[in-house]
Design a protein around this ligand. Sequence first.
Ligand code: 2AL
Length: 243
Amino acid sequence: MNILIINPNTSQPMTDSIASAARSVAAPGTRIVAVHPSFGPLSIESHYDEAFASAGVAEQMRLATDPRPDAVVIACFGDPGLDAAREATDAPVIGIAEAAFHAAAMLATGFSVVTTMTRTCVMAERLLQRYGFERHCRGVHGTDVPVLALECCGEATLAMIEATARSALERDGSGAIVLGCAGMAPLCATLSQRLGVPVVDGVSVAVKFAESLVAVGLRTSKRGDYASPPPKTFTGWAGPLAW
Ligand code: 2AL
């Protein structure tokens, strides 16, 4: 099966690291293709960044015809453009935050989210509300590690994330950690070993959820609001991206 992973930021090193995290858990018959938008922010750390990243996800869905993906993973913790991507295909589309929340809620009665810049915590809090996980999540914690610092993450950065996770587990009384950035995927195994609790990386679990939905023949509903977008003219630079 073909899984398309869209990294909504435009960092090639981060796209490569997301692809290798995905390939490390993918089943033998799964082909991972990882892409990023042709425009937009190098990292997503604000509402402004996220607005462009959502358009970038829509662009990549518009271009995703060869090969046609059997499933799509949106690999940024804000799940930008998730609903638009579901309109654009009947393949299952999974956001990494959504996937990580579901997995963590199956592993502990309460989990904590450890993310990048503190200013992005509100984005995770809004997603928790939107997906109905407010009662499972006991806290969202910023590390103030910039997203691009995760591209070549040394021991100092890892130690900052570990320290935040340790104090989150203590303060929140939670039993699992959700990593709040796709760029943290390569740190998951080390953090899990050091912290002694389940550490959930959304990229890995999203790939496995995607494989499972495809395997049982489930597809995105085309009834109601996830039906294909109505055809219309787009103007300006977005002209070629019209549905
Ligand atoms: C992210 C992410 O996953 N990718 C990115 O550019 N920003 N999330 C975050 N909370 O910083």
